[in-house]
Design a protein around this ligand. Structure first.
Ligand code: 4NP
Length: 166
């Protein structure tokens, strides 16, 4: 069974599809796509069924990441069990996901993405939706950093050899 990672933001059209796209690129580059899988979802259904935000996709593509998938809402009944790591982008997403874990059964799976940054000192991946171009670049910078840190944790915790370092 592959390790399953779920990235969560509010709308599932900017930050979490970008995290998914960056992580998928790292996994492909390192030949790990069979062992580790990722998906993304939103805490809201505002953009249900929509493709990633066009501005986010354009910025991501310029940095070498092709975004895909369609927005969907986080499904507590299914996703808490199905995923091994549930990674939220900001404090609001984190509290909302924790609140859906009504029996506190899944606490150890739920993290904030910025916990895995090794170079950036930020406590959230800021929502770029209502801002300008710079916000989308900040998202990509933070997510590139955090995806590397998260991948290292997952490899260590599951005893998966990293072809880049082994
Ligand atoms: P995301 O960005 O949570 O990174 O996908 C947003 C997308 C849409 C909205 C807010 C944030 N919205 O309010 O519609």
């Amino acid at each position: 069974m592959p390790v399953q990672i779920l990235f969560i933001c509010l709308g599932n059209i900017c930050r979490s599809p970008t995290a998914e796209g960056i992580m998928n690129t790292l996994l492909e580059q390192q030949g790990l796509s069979e062992q580790i899988r990722c998906d993304s979802a939103g805490t809201s259904a505002y953009h249900n069924g929509e493709a990633p935000d066009a501005r986010m996709s354009e910025h991501a593509l310029k940095r070498g990441y092709k975004l895909g998938g369609r927005s969907r809402r986080f499904r507590a009944l299914v996703d808490f069990e199905a995923f091994d790591y549930i990674i939220t982008m900001d404090d609001a997403n984190y509290s909302n996901v924790l609140a859906m874990d009504s029996k506190n059964q899944y606490f150890s799976k739920i993290f904030k993405m910025t916990d895995f940054c090794r170079h950036h000192v930020m406590s959230e991946v800021p929502d770029p939706y209502f801002g300008g171009n710079e916000g989308f670049e900040v998202v990509i910078n933070l997510l590139e950093d955090a995806c590397r840190g998260l991948l290292e944790k997952v490899l260590n915790e599951h005893g998966i050899a990293n072809p880049q370092t082994d």
